[in-house]
Ligand binder design. Structure first.
Ligand code: NAI
Ligand code: MG
Length: 354
């Protein structure tokens, strides 16, 4: 088994946590007997922009389009470049051009991390948020009429296609079926949004017929958000449209304590294009260059990448090593009340894994 990875550290702490992710990936490759080819790229960063006047070279697709996956750090340095330019010139291009229509985020309370929800222990919260990543509420159809007058009207349409809805639901049902609880929850709002959301519900009902082993339910987005906080133990796989999924995929990790450890994947499940794995956090300019960033979000993203590539045992072993390190105050980083720096934490996870 051989995998070719495009490694893009990006900006800020991306350059500090990506090397720790690679350290752990290399330890996993050795332990589980697969080969990695790591190709690093300096584009999709504000440094690249300063040198070249754009975020990426014109042939970026040719450079990374045939890799098995993209291992990404973070992009953005607001002191150099406004965020909409840095993000639209990089991550958003990857999502669109590589048809990464699934955004997947595990929501799991880890040892050593205090949940802001009272009384929750590791084991109580363990689910996935599956967000549709290409259509829905984030369309560019609409416009502004009579701007600046008191007749001003602003319209933005939601777009749901059968292909787009069905493929995200299929991914979510498959994921639910692969998990012990086999439970899927759909986010809706068909009581208020009376055209697209009833359609979404209809497609859920239809897709459910192909997965008789999966129990499923649906909640309106408002009460669903409340239940994330009140009853996080109710959930196993939660699927939502682009907007609902966006909100839930930040709320979920927030319920499990810290931004420094949450991972994510932007997936093209058919593997026609590379999928991208990155921590949920950004480039953290406030702590960049100090060597104190928590590398766990990046390392956990590496574990998700290995799951996707077909090395689930290695992925699982990395998550177990992360749990061991987080449970120990001396080994976790300062944002979690620990004492370790970025490199020490990464080295320890790699050591436990080996
Ligand atoms: P941020 O996630 O970079 O930082 C928010 C806060 O969390 C900061 O106080 C930071 O020090 C802390 N933090 C984040 N990651 C940490 C880690 N691994 N260990 C310890 N502490 C950590 O979000 P912010 O400040 O809103 O954005 C900074 C830049 O990152 C912006 O340019 C933004 O656009 C970009 N960004 C990029 C993302 C990406 O590449 N996918 C995602 C989110 C933001
Ligand atoms: Mg978001």
């Amino acid at each position: 088994r051989k995998y070719r990875l495009a490694v893009i550290p990006g900006d800020g702490i991306g350059k500090e946590v990506v090397p720790e992710g690679l350290r752990v990936l290399e330890a996993a490759a050795k332990k589980f007997n697969f080969e990695l080819t790591l190709d690093s790229f300096d584009f999709a960063s504000c440094d690249y922009y300063q040198k070249h006047g754009k975020m990426m070279p014109d042939d970026w697709k040719a450079q990374i389009g045939s890799h098995d996956a993209i291992f990404f750090g973070a992009v953005g340095m607001p002191s150099i470049l406004p965020d909409h330019i840095s993000l639209w010139g990089s991550l958003i291009q990857f999502r669109r051009e590589f048809d990464q229509y699934v955004n997947l985020r595990p929501v799991r309370l880890m040892p050593g991390v205090k949940s802001p929800l009272a009384g929750r222990k590791p084991g109580d919260i363990d689910f996935f948020v599956v967000r549709e990543n290409t259509e829905g509420e984030y369309s560019s159809i609409g416009g502004r009429m009579f701007p600046g007058t008191d007749r001003e009207v602003v319209i933005q349409e939601s777009v749901m296609s059968r292909t787009g809805v069905d493929r995200i639901l299929k991914f979510a049902f498959e994921l639910a079926q692969s998990r012990p609880k086999k439970h899927l929850t759909s986010a809706t709002k068909s009581n208020g949004i009376s055209i697209t959301m009833p359609y979404w519900d209809e497609r859920v009902e239809e897709m459910a017929k192909a997965y008789p082993g999966v129990k499923w339910d649906k909640y309106h987005i408002d009460i669903l958000a409340a239940n994330f906080v009140l009853h996080p133990d109710w959930f196993d796989v939660v699927v939502g449209s682009n907007l609902f999924g966006d909100i839930l995929s930040d709320l979920g990790p927030a319920c499990t304590g810290t931004i420094g450890i949450a991972p994510s994947g932007s997936l093209n499940p058919e593997r026609k294009f590379p999928s991208l794995f990155e921590p949920v956090h950004g480039s953290a300019p406030d702590i960049a260059g100090k060597g104190i960033a928590n590398p766990v979000g990046q390392i956990w993203s590496a574990a998700m990448m290995l799951d996707h590539l077909g090395e689930p045992e290695a992925g699982k072993a990395i998550v177990t090593a992360i749990e061991t390190v987080l449970a120990d105050e001396k080994l976790r980083t300062r944002d979690l009340g620990g004492q370790a720096d970025t490199v020490a934490c990464g080295k320890e996870i790699a050591r436990i894994l080996s």
